[in-house]
Design a protein around this ligand. Structure first.
Ligand code: NAP
Length: 372
């Protein structure tokens, strides 16, 4: 059995990864070892009734015993460890959720329902670095796979609505703490007052901006607000998250950079789980809603086409209805009134912890187990 090291298993992505691996019986096919950056020597997760002791995630010797390492620990860890491991002669497979090495020329970005052929080619060519894509891009491409396969997309403008859990465990806790902070300061009488709602709105607005609102991680209130910047400032008007849109889309699809221009804004919203993206698509020709539905629905088993009407949209195309599901919803497809050009709007909604993070990692593990 292959020795598989799992780093970052207690974080947001890692917990979902473990849950999915248990559901799919992945642990039956590997000898798993759990690593920690903070608790080595302490008990690790119990899998199928078996206890484990955590290994030191900074121990190059312990890591070097692994045939395959899956890490959901984050980019700083990857930057610190990966090159050191290679310098020590390790030649195993590294599967990573972090963005640090995605654009590295040794890396293949993994999203097998969309780019399985590229993954197979990479394995055959001896590539040993496989990295999950940016969550928003991954989910948009999962939804749009049918149009991509038919080479129908000329360019995309992607406006994202990204959930708090997309930033990690500490951040989603902070959003919930912000909500709790506001609730704690409201009495039943204030909530139920049949008079003007303005005093309630004013009080909540004051609470949102109060010095006691917990904002340590996000740096700004998210409850009752949005944060219009994700990841670092590139200094050219773009956030790094926005830059990833075009760079990763083209790399995932195996296209020369710039072949499909992608631009947009990435926004953090007070959603617990699931990223949404409102996409403006310039297509290469007119595509009716019927053809669109047919193409996206038949591209792979994990897409759910939602007809563009109010009832279906508010019941099937929301983070609340999609959280925890492997189905990526795609809907609100309509032609935009722009000089009769084939420009369309569409909304994708998907669980960023599943297809946007953990699922491609565990599937890559299984691809490798079948190939090496
Ligand atoms: P995270 O929740 O912050 O977890 C990362 C690590 O932080 C954990 O493995 C844990 O390491 C440590 N940690 C410290 N305090 C913690 C706490 N209170 N609860 C849980 N863990 C805590 O990060 P993540 O969201 O899983 O992201 C991991 C990587 O995946 C990042 O590079 C991220 O960019 C990428 N990614 C995330 C998402 C997403 O939706 N979150 C999607 C795609 C990609 P120790 O156990 O070693 O202490």
């Amino acid at each position: 059995m292959k020795q598989v090291g799992i780093v970052g298993w207690r974080g947001m992505v890692g917990s979902v990864l473990l849950q999915r691996m248990v559901e799919e019986n992945d642990f039956n096919h590997i000898s798993a070892h759990f690593f920690s950056t903070s608790s080595s020597g302490k008990p690790g997760p119990v899998i199928s009734g078996e206890n484990s002791i955590l290994k030191d995630a900074y121990s190059i010797a312990a890591l070097a015993e692994m045939d395959i390492i899956i890490t959901c620990q984050g980019g700083d860890y990857t930057k610190l460890i990966y090159s050191t491991l290679l310098e020590h002669g390790w030649d195993g497979y590294w599967i990573d959720a972090a963005s640090a090495l995605r654009m590295d020329e040794r890396a293949c970005i993994i999203l097998d329902p969309v780019n399985r052929a590229n993954i197979d080619r990479a394995v055959k060519e001896g590539i040993k670095l496989f990295v999950g894509g940016n969550c928003s891009i991954t989910l948009s491409l999962m939804g749009l796979a049918g149009l991509i396969k038919a080479d129908l997309i000329e360019w995309m403008s992607v406006m994202t609505y990204q959930s708090a859990s997309g930033a990690g465990a500490k951040y989603v806790r902070e959003l919930i703490a912000q909500s709790a902070y506001i609730s704690r300061h409201l009495s039943d009488a204030e909530l139920e007052n049949p008079g003007s709602v303005l005093p309630l709105v004013n009080k909540v607005s004051e609470l949102i901006n109060s010095a006691d609102m917990p904002v340590e991680n996000f740096g700004a209130p998210l409850m009752g607000s949005i944060i219009p910047w994700i990841d670092s400032d590139l200094g050219d008007g773009n956030s790094r998250e926005e830059w990833k849109g075009e760079a990763e889309t083209n790399k995932i699809l195996g296209l020369r950079q710039g072949t499909i221009p992608v631009n947009g804004l990435c926004i953090r919203v007070g959603v617990i789980r699931c990223h949404s993206a409102a996409i403006t698509l310039k297509l290469k020709r007119e595509v009716s809603e019927a053809e669109f539905a047919e193409r996206v629905s038949h591209s792979h088993p994990w897409v759910n086409y939602v007809p563009n009407n109010k009832e279906a949209s508010i019941s099937q195309l929301t983070p609340a209805s999609i959280s925890g599901s492997l189905k990526v919803g795609i809907g609100r497809y309509k032609k935009m009134a722009l000089n009769n050009e084939p420009v369309y709007s569409v909304l994708t909604v998907g669980d960023q912890l599943l297809w946007g993070a953990a699922e491609p990692l565990r599937r890559m593990l299984n691809i490798l187990l079948n190939r090496i």
